[in-house]
Design a binder for this molecule. Structure first.
Ligand SMILES: [Zn+2]
Length: 103
């Protein structure tokens, strides 16, 4: 996704734009990243350059959670533990600390 596209993408739930952009891979062209709606806290993955702005009922929880887990080190807490419709809040905190300390 080209960064300038950000200004044309609105949250599907409330039409809020522009959304916050977090880039994990890519520069001018975002390969992997996340869009975050500051209004309703919904987040949307950008995978293989494609922003996936889907309604909640079309999103697969297992896929979305593994996306969050994969990029947890690059995502802000507001997405990880308060993001909608899925977040990692139910993951026991010990799991976070174990991963970090068991290098
Ligand atoms: Zn929203």
């Amino acid at each position: 996704m080209k960064r300038r596209l950000l200004h044309y993408l609105a949250c599907q739930a409330d039409g809020c734009f522009p959304m916050d952009l977090y880039v994990f891979e890519g520069k001018d062209e975002v390969i992997t990243g996340t869009l975050f709606c500051p209004k309703c806290s919904r987040w949307y993955p950008i995978r293989e350059k494609l922003p996936e702005i889907l309604p909640d009922d079309l999103r697969r929880k297992d896929v979305e959670l593994s996306f969050l887990r994969k990029w947890r080190n690059l995502l802000p807490k507001k997405v990880l533990i308060a993001g909608q419709p899925f977040n990692l809040r139910k993951t026991p905190l010990s799991k976070f600390s174990l991963k970090k300390s068991s290098k």
